[in-house]
Write a protein of this length. Structure first.
Ligand code: ADP
Ligand code: ADP
Length: 234
């Protein structure tokens, strides 16, 4: 059951005489229910790849298919709806609204979709339990720890039941204990709520929580690690 198919994409930035090749022929596939990590150093093309998948940026060549929809050919008008319906985003810097409580931050996307308050309440309670954030739902972001804020951001990304969750350096602003808690939350989102996750990071510890890890450098995938697939055991 294919959710994402990235087919030989290239991305150039800049104009003649000053061109950067940010992506140099990337191909990858993600099936429903996978937790995929992409690991690479700064400048290797991770954010560019995510921005192309999330249609914030346009590929130069190649195609990206999400849920059988070719998003590289999609019109601008349809793209907003595509992002809202199919994708969940988690950023390094949380991106919560400071004027809303945790609960309200999570509820916002659902409210916009005209889902009734009772159903919203049920959805939020279920996700909050999985992420262990029930005690902070009524707090404002500035009253929470970084780890709690990021788990609220996770809840917001997942509560709309997107086909694919995109996470860009989600542990980048967290200390090691909060990072561990967050990554355990990702594991639960993946196992219990069957979220399909694509996580990019420069950090090996963070990447190690994914089930499959691609290694990227200079805009190319140069290796792959599939966990639990150690041939020495056979
Ligand atoms: P990473 O997320 O792995 O740090 P990026 O995707 O941000 O890598 O960057 C990949 C390459 O593309 C780098 O060489 C970077 O300098 C370049 N790049 C990224 N965004 C732009 C842009 N808007 N304009 C020009 N070059 C860019
Ligand atoms: P890096 O991955 O290189 O550490 P960041 O993740 O901080 O860098 O951001 C790189 C780029 O990702 C930004 O220039 C921006 O285009 C995009 N980005 C980051 N946060 C957001 C956001 N909240 N909404 C849209 N784009 C974002």
């Amino acid at each position: 059951d294919n959710i994402l198919s990235v087919q030989n994409i290239e991305k150039y930035y800049g104009k003649k005489g000053n061109v950067t090749k940010a992506l140099d022929g990337i191909s990858l596939n993600i099936d429903k229910g996978e937790f995929l990590g992409i690991m690479g150093p700064s400048g290797s093309g991770k954010t560019t790849l995510l921005n192309c998948i999330s249609t914030i940026d346009k590929v130069t060549t190649g195609e990206i298919i999400v849920n059988d929809k070719n998003i590289t050919k999609m019109r601008t008008k349809k793209l907003d709806k595509f992002r809202r319906d199919e994708l969940g985003f988690i950023f390094q810097d949380f991106n919560l609204l400071d004027t809303l409580t945790g609960y309200e931050n999570i509820a916002l996307a659902l409210t916009i979709q005209e889902i009734n308050p009772k159903k919203i309440d049920n959805l939020i309670k279920k996700v909050a339990e999985t992420l262990e954030i029930s005690p902070v739902l009524n707090k404002y972001p500035y009253e929470m720890s970084g780890g709690q804020q990021q788990r609220i951001a996770c809840a917001r990304a997942i509560v709309t039941e997107p086909s694919l969750v995109l996470a860009d350096e989600p542990t980048g602003a967290l200390d090691s204990k909060s990072s561990r808690l967050l990554l355990e939350s990702f594991e639960r989102l993946n196992k219990e709520l069957e979220a399909t996750i694509l996580l990019v990071t420069h950090d090996a510890f963070t990447a190690s929580y994914a089930n499959r890890i691609f290694f990227i450098k200079d805009g190319k995938i140069f290796n792959e690690l599939v966990k639990g697939n150690d041939s020495r055991k056979e």
